[in-house]
Design a protein around this ligand. Structure first.
Ligand SMILES: Nc1ncnc2c1ncn2[C@@H]1O[C@H](COP(=O)(O)OP(=O)(O)OP(=O)(O)O)[C@@H](O)[C@H]1O
Ligand SMILES: [Mg+2]
Length: 302
């Protein structure tokens, strides 16, 4: 039986307005279903639209980008286009924590701001809660960290702070967009272990964007493969690893040095020689199992 999706988006489009007349489609009519309670991997080369898709879900696209969809449901409830998904219990963490931290403000300030935006608490109570949250994400010396500036912390510690801030809004869905790409291997493994642990303990669903199939093999129950603004194949991790059908998925897997957990990150830069791209009308999905589907060229009927 397929799991109840926590989030479902149909016919999601994102277009960038280059200038007043020029418009580029960067996300092309994709359907996304995120099964509840899973860690779902999103893979695809640089520029394939992974971050834009995540930003479209969060409604935090750049100003010159526009999103469109036909339906959006969260835990089975329809979310209207007008109602910002910002209000949904979804949090996102990014590759570079520095972009979300104010270098002039102490760590404690950041956490207390998030807390006080959510609930009426005295400064003292908010501080206590912030320290608890820092402990939860495994930061040593949380009291001291509260009084430090972002630059006084290592990249791994900053990412833990970002995770603590993300958890403060009590999300049901956590979107992690290459959360460990900027970190070295050991720290990368620690952060991923933390995400896994939190997923279980906090009953979270996680969407993990990564370049690294090793990480997918170690952590994800299912995978979506993106290519040029579309999801070209999706399935359980086993289906994608052992029975991939789309040529692009196969190329991505070929570029993987080994699929062992903790492998060094491997950026995939392979360009497919596909010649002329197919138009939307020339493509369709073939359903291979309840969970596995792949985009194929429509068969020409004589
Ligand atoms: N701020 C922006 N303004 C204009 N175009 C952008 C912007 N950000 C991304 N793009 C374009 O949108 C497309 C999708 O980019 P996106 O950042 O979603 O890719 P990605 O899969 O996340 O890549 P990466 O693995 O490098 O993070 C690309 O063609 C990119 O050039
Ligand atoms: Mg990205």
């Amino acid at each position: 039986m397929t799991k109840q999706p926590i989030l479902e988006l149909k016919e999601l489009n994102v277009a960038l307005l280059e200038d007043k007349i020029q418009q580029t489609e960067i996300i092309k009519n994709i359907d996304i279903k995120i099964p509840k309670g899973e860690i779902v991997g999103i893979v695809g080369e640089s520029g394939s639209g992974k971050s834009m898709t995540m930003r479209a879900i969060m409604d935090i696209l750049p100003e010159n980008a526009q999103r469109n969809f036909s339906t959006f449901t969260f835990e089975g409830e329809p979310v209207s286009f007008a109602k910002a998904s910002k209000r949904l219990p979804i949090s996102m963490i990014f590759q570079d924590p520095m972009t979300s931290l104010n270098p002039l403000r102490k760590i404690g300030y950041h956490l207390i701001e998030v807390i006080r935006r959510q609930q009426k608490l005295s400064k003292k109570a908010a501080k206590k809660l912030a320290i608890q949250e820092l402990e939860k994400v495994g930061l040593t010396n949380p009291e001291k960290r509260m009084t430090q500036y972002p630059h006084e912390l290592s990249g791994g510690m900053r990412q833990r702070v970002m995770i603590a801030m993300a958890l403060l809004v009590k999300p049901k869905l956590l979107i992690a967009d290459e959360p460990t790409t900027a970190l070295d291997v050991t720290i990368q493994a620690q952060i991923l272990t933390l995400i896994q642990k939190l997923q279980k303990e906090e009953d979270l669903t996680v969407v993990l964007v990564t370049h690294d199939f090793g990480i997918v093999a170690g952590m994800c129950q299912s995978v979506k493969v993106m290519y040029q603004g579309e999801i070209v194949e999706e399935g359980t991790t086993d289906e994608i690893f052992y029975q991939s059908q789309h040529p692009y998925t196969k190329e991505l897997l070929k570029a993987v040095p080994t699929v062992e957990k903790g492998q060094r990150l491997y950026a995939i830069q392979h360009q497919l020689e596909t010649g002329e791209p197919l138009t939307a009308a020339q493509k369709e999905f073939r359903q291979l199992s309840e969970t596995h589907r792949v985009q194929v060229a429509k068969e020409r009927r004589a």
